[in-house]
Design a protein around this ligand. Structure first.
Ligand code: HEM
Length: 349
């Protein structure tokens, strides 16, 4: 058989053959397998719209706000690109958390997918990092003061905290150095790292295939990944694009007044919804417990919690023996309940 010039150099036939042979388990939870791809789709939207925004954005305090105003008011379709970027960031964080908790409840982290889980937790931290660093860029009042408060949170940790805050801020105040650092982290360091980790995450899920939850009654059926499951992915992404377009057009993302560092923080300022659990926990914990700084306790609690979250596949002994133990499920449900409760409390009190 005559092979084409391209096929001799790029193993496209082998890749297509691998995808054709790949099967996706079909059972009553199969719909959750769409969420990882959906998160990836929003990530792609972020990259495309983010690159377009860098063409006009200027990362220094005297021009940043004006450059965003120009994007919104003067650049053709600039307002739409910015609105899609901001809305898609929120949708991506929401789908990431849904994806994370769905794989958690389906116990998809168990052997041999421990590394898939670990790369997933790293991705969660990277995505929250994107949100935090991107927030300051428009240099408006809310962004400025939220960043001022947010960057101070780790300072309670002796030595390491002040060091981390110093690296992030580039000095004592939120100024030109801070904005430049946030911009570089947001547009270069995080995207390159995220693309690398997403590559490992997706490669490993393709390699292992989707897991079947333990304790599922009856043998699951299967559908082909290519093209049957990919069609479902494409339909989900098309629906997501329609909703995103619709929301971004009907509720264009706002831009506040230019930040005035000499003014005092506006009353009732609070972070975006995804940082509210941390914000509300800091409000709930007293400033000192048995003589120990409350903020230090929260910081250490978050670090310990992250350690446990990374180690979930190794802590769930029942799932590693293909049994659907209750303990981890209860832990996950309690965590979800706590996150939801603190968000509601922060918005209503
Ligand atoms: C940028 C963020 C992320 C992207 C683009 C992404 C993408 C994907 C994709 C495409 C899949 C295969 C389809 C599916 O099962 O949904 C997948 C599976 C998986 N992801 Fe993610 N993911 C992300 C974040 C996370 C996070 C935060 C976690 C958990 C901490 C996680 C854990 C997993 C696990 C354990 C699987 C295997 C599921 C199974 O085998 O049934 N992912 N991910």
């Amino acid at each position: 058989m005559k092979t084409s010039w391209l096929a001799e150099r790029i193993p496209s036939t082998e890749v297509l053959e691998f995808l054709r042979r790949k099967q996706v388990p079909l059972h009553r939870h199969t719909v959750w397998y769409l969420l990882g791809g959906l998160t990836g789709f929003f990530f792609l939207v972020q990259v495309v719209t983010g690159v377009l925004l860098t063409f006009y954005y200027s990362p220094n305090p005297s021009e940043a706000h004006e450059s965003v105003r120009t994007i919104v008011n003067t650049v053709p379709h600039g307002w739409l690109i910015r609105s899609i970027h901001s809305w898609s960031a929120n949708f991506m964080i929401a789908t990431l958390f849904l994806h994370m908790f769905s794989v958690f409840l389906l116990k998809a982290y168990r052997k041999p997918r421990e590394v898939v889980w670990i790369t997933g937790v790293i991705l969660m931290l990277l995505v929250l990092g994107f949100a935090f660093t991107g927030y300051l860029l428009p240099w408006d009042t809310r962004a400025y003061f939220a960043t001022l408060i947010g960057t101070e949170v780790p300072r309670a940790i002796p030595v390491l905290g002040s060091f981390a805050v110093g690296i992030l801020k580039g000095g004592e105040d939120i100024g030109a150095a801070t904005l430049m650092r946030m911009y570089t982290i947001h547009t270069t360091i995080l995207p390159l790292t995220a693309i690398l980790i997403i590559g490992c995450h997706v490669f490993l899920t393709l390699f292992h295939g989707s897991s079947v939850p333990p304790g599922l009654k009856g043998e699951p059926g299967h559908i082909r990944f290519f093209p049957a499951f990919l069609y479902r992915d494409l339909m989900t992404w098309t629906a997501a694009l329609v909703v995103l377009w619709w929301v971004a057009t009907l509720v264009p993302w706002g831009l506040g007044e230019k930040a005035d560092p000499l003014a005092s923080a506006p009353l009732g300022i609070h972070p975006e919804w995804y940082f509210l659990p941390l914000y509300q926990t800091l409000r709930l914990v007293p400033s000192s417990i048995l003589g120990i700084n409350g903020e230090l306790i929260v910081n250490l609690g978050v670090m310990f919690g992250m350690g446990v979250w990374f180690a979930v596949p190794f802590l769930d002994r029942a799932a590693s023996q293909e049994r659907s133990g209750r303990a981890m499920t209860v832990l996950g449900l309690l965590l979800m309940g706590y996150l939801a409760l603190t968000i509601v409390l922060a918005l209503t009190t």
